[in-house]
Design a binder for this molecule. Structure first.
Ligand code: SF4
Length: 312
């Protein structure tokens, strides 16, 4: 709990005392005090195949976020703070129940960094009780090295985004000019700790350990995406497991006009071609036609966390 006293849990470095805040919404950039808050616990089938497997990934969606991108598809929880306070013991019971009932392949902590102390406790409880399935940290990429070093013993898989290489864009959209260098250093640290994503064992198709980097292609920002791929290639080489995401869907009116539409085929093709030209060997791709047919059938990839089952 000491970590909440002068909060430096993420690179925002707000140094506010989150223990003293009585009410939500008046603490640091993430607007969360020390009380653990969660919006959803349950199996999820929308991750990459080695994470989802057949039985799903056991997700825990935390309330609040230290990035708050205006286009976030989980805006109900990341920006609007939807969720309920929960004690870590109760969260453990819910996660254990999910594992027993659904036989999920991992415990997938979605945007947990502003609650790292609780998360470490949760992982300790799970391990002490014999739940040894991989623990996934599903992250924005905007993490501090210091906190990642603390997380090392409590993590098996890192799923970081690498969103921006254009610091003006990261400032405009996510209010962090330093995102490109902070995220790159954070991913270097994640790879140092866990290596590239690898399966549980030779006979398994689900991941047991390692790093898989995600990049969401934003409409109107192809250059940012091309540079992101080049940067990752130069830093890590073609062996880095990379996930190209084309599911962008406008959620709320955006100042950047291009963000009020979906991705075009030309935009997707340019980024995908660049990934192939660079020779990424383990590329996970949400193809645009597939994304569109899923959207037509089920609606956009927009969870509604007010529902018992937020994902269609
Ligand atoms: S976790 Fe929240 S309060 Fe702490 S540094 Fe990050 S944004 Fe600020």
């Amino acid at each position: 709990m000491e970590l909440f006293k002068e909060c430096q849990l993420c690179p925002r470095d707000c140094r506010v005392n989150r223990l003293e805040e009585e009410a939500l919404g008046y603490s640091g950039f993430c607007r969360e005090n020390h009380q653990l808050r969660v919006a959803y616990v349950g199996p999820h089938f929308g991750e990459e195949p080695p994470i989802t497997g057949e039985n799903g990934s056991g997700t825990v969606f935390f309330s609040g976020c230290s990035l708050k991108c205006p286009y976030c598809q989980n805006y109900q929880i990341s920006r609007d703070g939807f969720g309920e306070s929960i004690h870590v013991d109760e969260l453990f019971e819910r996660v254990a129940g999910m594992v027993e009932t659904h036989h999920v392949h991992n415990v997938n902590l979605v945007t947990p960094d502003h609650f790292f102390p609780h998360v470490f406790e949760l992982v300790l409880l799970l391990r002490r009780q014999g739940y040894n399935l991989p623990v996934v940290y599903n992250l924005s990429g905007y993490q501090s090295i210091q906190m990642l070093r603390m997380a090392e013993d409590f993590a098996d898989i890192y799923l970081p985004d690498f969103k921006y290489t254009d610091s003006a864009l990261s400032q405009r959209l996510s209010k962090c000019r330093d995102y490109p260098e902070v995220a790159l250093k954070a991913i270097v640290e994640m790879v140092r700790q866990k290596g590239f994503l690898e399966n549980l064992d030779a006979s398994s198709h689900v991941a047991g350990k390692g790093v898989l980097v995600r990049h969401l292609i934003l409409p109107g920002q192809v250059e940012n995406s091309l540079n992101a791929l080049t940067t990752l290639f130069l830093e890590f080489g073609s062996g880095l497991p990379l996930s190209l995401m084309s599911q962008y869907h406008p959620v709320l009116p955006q100042r950047d006009q291009a963000l009020n539409r979906s991705l075009t085929k030309d935009e997707f093709d340019r980024v995908f071609s660049h990934a192939k030209d660079l020779g990424f060997e383990r590329l996970f791709v949400q193809f645009l036609d597939k994304t569109r047919s899923v959207k037509q059938e089920h609606g956009p990839f927009l969870p509604d966390f007010r529902k018992e089952q937020p994902f269609s």
